[in-house]
Design a protein around this ligand. Structure first.
Ligand SMILES: [Zn+2]
Length: 367
């Protein structure tokens, strides 16, 4: 379905995108807007098509990368991975719905959750999520050839419990039945490690896209460490031991005023990307992020997704320029980015403005 891929361009784009991970300095800051569902819309499809046809999804992601001439990775995924596999119901997007969403959690009772057995690699492989994920990986490998890298999406340990018992109940359990919550989180770690291991087993490595999301808005700093960050660290460590990585993406989605600094001891490889979206209602000040994380790993920028949706290209250009100028100070490297997935129905002109600002202001001195 795609126009022919220019191999020289692809090579250059992938090399620019990978340079920091390999301890090198690229010619300029790579532009990595988190374009996912919008890629489908840009190609004239619906989000339903994009999320139910992983091969088509990967095609449109690579098409968007070509169209925007940026370093974004064509990683097809959605936030409600691994819910259906345990019996939860999700709804694929129709109309203005922006992504697949949870309808019904997997377990009706806490007893059911306690007795739930984590799927082993074989069961996981045959499940609905992995069946789609395999299609996406195979398609990406076919299109990208030597420039392909496999990815896995464990999402968040805490969120996996939320797919089992429901998001509100997961948060309530922290206060009401902390011991039960710990038992469920241990199971969720086991599940998430399997998710990474199964991809690594087939491809020899896996870029782990992990997130920290639900706990930061609802728990105290101490609870965030005890019920989320410690489990996230454990999950990543065990996944690396199982052959996944070396790429790790920590996506601290949404407002992280409570716990953004508390992730500083999570496992880091040379190919680690830390992404902190908001502090309160505003994108977090990247100077602060660079102070805490800049010596440890690469940083992904956070242009406000609301601005992308409702701002003008001039405003988006200015915000993107500012983040690139700050990002140049990051010792281990900086990727220009958006605070979360770009809104699927945002104006395309604003993605163009974002990328143009990175190209105009992102030049790096060759070392
Ligand atoms: Zn996000």
């Amino acid at each position: 379905m795609l126009a022919p891929i220019n191999e020289r361009w692809l090579k250059e784009s992938v090399e620019r995108g990978m340079a920091f991970f390999m301890g090198q300095v690229p010619d300029r800051i790579p532009a990595m807007p988190l374009v996912i569902g919008k890629a489908g819309i840009d190609h004239g499809y619906t989000l339903y098509d994009f999320y139910t046809k992983p091969d088509l999804g990967v095609d449109t992601l690579l098409g968007a990368k070509m169209m925007y001439d940026c370093e974004m990775l064509p990683m097809w995924m959605y936030a409600t991975y691994w819910a259906e596999d345990y019996g939860a119901t999700i709804k694929f997007p129709t109309g203005r719905m922006s992504a697949p969403a949870l309808v019904e959690p997997a377990c009706k009772t806490l007893e059911e959750a306690e007795n739930l057995e984590v799927l082993d690699l074989k069961e996981l492989s045959k499940g609905p999520t992995m069946q789609r994920h395999w299609v996406a990986l195979e398609r990406a490998e076919k299109l990208l050839g030597p420039y392909f890298g496999a990815w896995s999406f464990p999402y968040e340990v805490f969120v996996q419990v939320a797919w089992w018992v429901g998001p509100e109940r997961a948060c309530l359990l922290v206060a009401q039945e902390p011991q039960l919550m710990h038992r469920l989180l241990k199971k969720a770690v086991e599940h998430c490690v399997n998710v990474n291991a199964i991809v690594a087993e087939k491809y020899g490595s896996s870029f782990i896209a992990a997130s920290s999301l639900l706990s930061s808005n609802t728990l105290s700093p101490k609870q965030c460490v005890e019920f989320n960050i410690d489990y996230l660290s454990d999950m990543i460590k065990k996944s690396l031991d199982a052959g996944a990585g070396p790429g790790i993406f920590y996506h601290l989605c949404g407002d992280h005023a409570t716990d953004w600094e508390l992730h500083k001891d999570v496992p880091m490889t040379p190919a680690t990307l830390m992404h902190i979206a908001y502090e309160g209602k505003n994108p977090i000040d990247l100077h602060k992020v660079i102070d805490v994380y800049g010596k440890k790993c690469c940083i992904l920028g956070n242009v406000d997704t609301t601005l992308l949706q409702i701002g003008t290209p001039a405003e988006v250009y200015e915000a993107s320029k500012q983040q690139v100028l700050i990002g140049k100070e990051a010792e281990k490297g900086f990727y220009a980015g958006t605070a979360c997935e770009v809104p699927p129905f945002m104006p395309t002109a604003n993605v163009f403005a974002f990328n143009q600002a990175v190209k105009d202001h992102g030049a790096l001195p060759r070392s």
